[in-house]
Write a protein that binds this ligand. Structure first.
Ligand code: SF4
Length: 287
């Protein structure tokens, strides 16, 4: 894009006047509002120029959103944007991470991190949790929402870990999935972030939304999304990819009003619910 030229807001329909190709920048003059937004955008947030690989992929006949070159470009830009991100849930052991992940359902990591330090001070071991009636835990986790179910899951998981796994959180997905309240997302978080085992891809609400916006999947079911992602992302990137996309969802790619104007993935993202675009938007693609 030429210096000083900022594309105008896209039409709500996603149709772009004067856009002849998927990556053709628009040349309308920026409004005052856009200029001030662009000035406040962090340096990192400038859209990276297209790599040769992406240009080659775009010039090929037919658009393939999961072409290896496009996927590699997405991974490259995520690496540049979030080079060293890790799990945002505070934890000191596999058990603490398991509990924090169970509590994070329908809640925020910030909220969970407010609750867990006192929780683990009060009940320092898995055995301490296993000895509780689940009702006793409810006031401690109330602020994370769905506290009755979460209390049952945490105490139930503790009881099973003590009874069947010698008090140790298992590092095996099949065993983890036998614990109450543990589905693939939670199991993948524990395996990836604590045991460093890339068994699957964590699909939380951010990965769900952003994978769809970036057309890495058309699925809506988390398990099917995970299967799609596992096919196109190299296994050695599964753990980091999830962390990076979760951070992207927190920092820029919000469910409502994503900050597309600041997003380094903008010129390779065709989501129909973008708030700003220099490229053709695909109306049916939404997060
Ligand atoms: S929807 Fe916007 S913020 Fe999200 S990836 Fe696309 S351009 Fe970036």
């Amino acid at each position: 894009m030429p210096r000083g030229v900022v594309p105008r807001q896209p039409a709500r329909t996603g149709r772009q006047d004067k856009v002849s190709g998927a990556l053709t920048p628009m040349s309308a003059k920026p409004s005052q509002k856009q200029l001030s937004r662009a000035k406040t955008a962090p340096v990192k947030a400038k859209a990276a120029p297209l790599s040769k690989a992406t240009k080659a992929a775009k010039s090929a006949k037919g658009y393939n959103p999961i072409a290896p070159e496009r996927v590699a470009e997405i991974l490259k830009r995520l690496n540049e944007l979030y080079p060293q991100v890790t799990c945002a849930l505070t934890h000191k052991s596999a058990w603490e991470l398991l509990v924090a992940t169970i509590l994070s359902a329908q809640s925020t990591d910030v909220n969970v991190n407010r609750v867990t330090p006192e929780l683990f001070r009060k009940y320092p071991t898995v055995e301490a949790f296993a000895a509780l009636p689940h009702e006793q835990l409810e006031p401690d986790v109330r602020s994370t929402g769905f506290f009755r179910n979460k209390s049952k899951s945490v105490v139930g998981a503790a009881k099973k870990i003590v009874a069947d796994f010698g008090g140790q959180v298992p590092d095996d997905i099949d065993k983890l999935l036998t614990l109450p309240g543990v589905a693939r997302k939670t199991a993948n978080v524990v395996l990836g972030s604590w045991f460093k085992k890339a068994v699957g891809v964590v699909v939380d609400t951010h990965v769900h939304r952003i994978s769809r916006r970036l057309e890495l999947t058309k699925e809506n079911d988390p398990q099917k999304i995970e299967q799609d992602l596992m096919k196109i992302i190299p296994q050695d990137r599964w753990i980091l990819f999830s962390h990076q996309v979760i951070w992207h969802g927190r920092k820029l790619c919000f469910a409502r009003k994503p900050k597309c104007v600041e997003c380094p993935l903008e010129n390779i993202c065709h989501a129909g619910d973008k708030t700003w675009s220099t490229v053709e938007m695909h109306k049916k693609v939404v997060g």
